[in-house]
Design a protein around this ligand. Structure first.
Ligand code: SF4
Length: 284
């Protein structure tokens, strides 16, 4: 089995990304985000495993890619999960990729990425996406129990921005849990050096909605109403209704532009609001 695969948005018509590839050393993720979408299609998702012969397969796969391919690490995991501290497969992968003509996007919620700053800054074409959903530590610990705390993620943006382009994924917007923090998050990430805000609203799937409702029982009725009764259904996803989504996305856009940041929404159907692609690829 290949470890570099063509990115597959599962035929989602709202995905506007240009062609890119996915690479992850791990199957599953230990950050345990309650809202995670990937957990519904990967068995034992929250008990991640390293891929068998990952580095050997990577050496083979990378030679088959067209020059200047765009590779995202990772789309259905995080390159800096707990296992990475010990196994260092992401670090080894970056060392291999450095020898090839490719563009890299690292997407993470972990401050462990700073360990690899020595390699990251050697890439000519790299962008790092740091996800920040809240500045509230208590909320963060509940929503994303094993990811780094918001203050540590801000520190990552600050540090990496000294060397490379960093974007912030304010993602997902979970009405009403974090939608009152949009202004403060954007202002702080701007201060730390982020260049772009990428955002999307929380999409309910049966498994993540169950986890969210168990953890935030006070929101259960509201979410059932907004998503299951009044929302829009696309395949296995339940979206908020279009007006509510558009209002939230436009609010983020306005604040991003006010702060002189680029903006894009991801899989929302509002591509006309974007000033750049939603996957960091516009930096190259
Ligand atoms: S970091 Fe991403 S892949 Fe990992 S649990 Fe959270 S949402 Fe899922």
């Amino acid at each position: 089995m290949n470890v570099i695969c063509l990115f597959d948005p599962w035929k989602n018509k709202m995905c506007s990304c240009p062609q890119k590839y996915s690479l992850s050393a791990y199957t599953g993720c230990s950050h345990n985000c309650l809202y995670c979408y990937a957990s519904s299609y990967i068995r034992n998702f929250f008990y991640p495993k390293a891929k068998k012969d990952f580095l050997i397969k990577l050496e083979k796969d990378i030679k088959k890619l067209p020059p200047s391919s765009y590779i995202t690490m990772a789309n259905s995991s995080d390159p800096y999960i707990r296992l990475e501290e010990k196994l260092k497969l992401t670090r080894q992968a970056l060392k291999i990729l450095l020898n090839f003509d490719c563009k890299i996007n690292l997407v993470t919620k972990s401050a462990l990425i700073l360990r690899d700053i020595d390699i990251i800054q050697k890439f000519k074409k790299i962008v790092v996406s740091i996800t920040i959903t809240t500045l509230d530590e208590k909320l963060s610990k509940k929503l994303e129990p094993a990811a780094s705390l918001p203050k540590d993620r801000l520190e990552v943006i600050k540090e990496l921005s000294k060397y490379i382009n960093v974007v912030c994924r304010l993602d997902p917007l979970i009405y009403p849990l974090n939608t009152n923090q949009i202004k403060e998050i954007i202002s702080q990430v701007k201060e730390c050096g982020a260049k772009q805000i990428i955002t999307s609203t929380y999409k309910a799937k049966f498994d993540n909605l169950k986890r969210m409702c168990n953890a935030f029982s006070e929101c259960k009725n509201l979410w059932h109403k907004l998503y299951l009764k009044e929302g829009q259904n696309f395949g296995t996803y339940f979206y908020l209704n279009k007006n509510l989504r558009k209002n939230l996305i436009e609010e983020v856009r306005l604040l991003a532009l006010k702060n002189h940041l680029d903006f894009s929404s991801c899989r929302e159907g509002f591509i006309n609001l974007n000033t750049k692609n939603c996957d960091g690829s516009s930096f190259f």
